[in-house]
Design a protein around this ligand. Structure first.
Ligand code: HEC
Length: 196
């Protein structure tokens, strides 16, 4: 009898202890891999960070757990933008457009402020401004005709339709994924309420 009680007691004690342990152990072992916190963002937001600086400062540790929560792989491939058109478009852009719209379509920091003549500087084309609110067709027209006051030159006759098309492909390649997605859904393929 006593023996059984003792047994029961020790078993329950064991169970209790057993129950308690994992609850305490599991979280602590999960959070602290080795005293180091996984605070390092290990990949910069992909954009224009000079790769040299990164290589110099962070000796890229093998930290698989942090890599798991990096952004999902959405990229240019999903857009079906032809790489050779992007390349051609970039060349055309650098020759003809970069002087005003910035080397990467980012324009100048002051592009929202009108100059002394009351005219706005050239806007960015990289998806941070308004350019992505236009369908491909509208962009073609804008580039062909320029702006009424001539601040944006007309490219009709200077660039072929093919070249203008290529530049537009390059401009689209600058847009962040979210922008491109919305553009594609809401602008380019917007169901037209009225035709004519
Ligand atoms: C001389 C400076 C200049 C050059 C060169 C130039 N642009 Fe522009 N661009 C402008 C200005 C200024 C505007 C704004 C016009 C307006 O709002 O009336 C503009 C507007 C635009 C827009 C409309 C942007 C929007 O947000 O609606 C597009 C697209 C564009 N340019 C593309 C191009 C491309 C492509 C080239 C090269 C083939 C080019 N631009 C060359 C000055 C320039």
């Amino acid at each position: 009898m006593n023996m059984r009680l003792l047994l029961l007691a020790s078993i329950t004690m064991g169970l209790l202890a057993g129950c308690g342990e994992p609850k305490q152990l599991a979280p602590s072992s999960a959070t602290t891999p080795s005293g180091t916190e996984t605070a390092s963002p290990e990949t910069p937001p992909e954009s224009s960070a000079p790769p040299a600086a990164e290589a110099g400062t962070v000796p890229a540790e093998p930290t698989p757990p942090a890599a798991a929560k990096v952004e999902p792989p959405k990229n240019l491939a999903a857009r079906k933008l032809a790489p050779e058109r992007i390349k051609r478009g970039e060349e055309i852009y650098r020759k003809n457009c970069a002087s005003c719209h910035g080397p990467n379509g980012e324009a100048t920091p002051g592009w929202r402020t009108p100059g002394p003549d009351g005219r706005y500087p050239p806007p960015p084309l990289d998806g941070s401004a308004h350019a992505w609110h236009h369908s491909t067709e509208t962009l073609e027209k804008m580039i062909q005709d320029g702006s009424v006051d001539g601040a944006m030159p007309a490219w009709k006759g200077k660039l072929t339709n093919q070249q203008i098309g290529d530049v537009i492909v390059w401009i689209k390649s600058l847009w962040p994924d979210e922008v491109y997605d919305i553009w594609h859904k809401e602008i380019e393929n917007k169901p037209q309420p009225k035709q004519n």
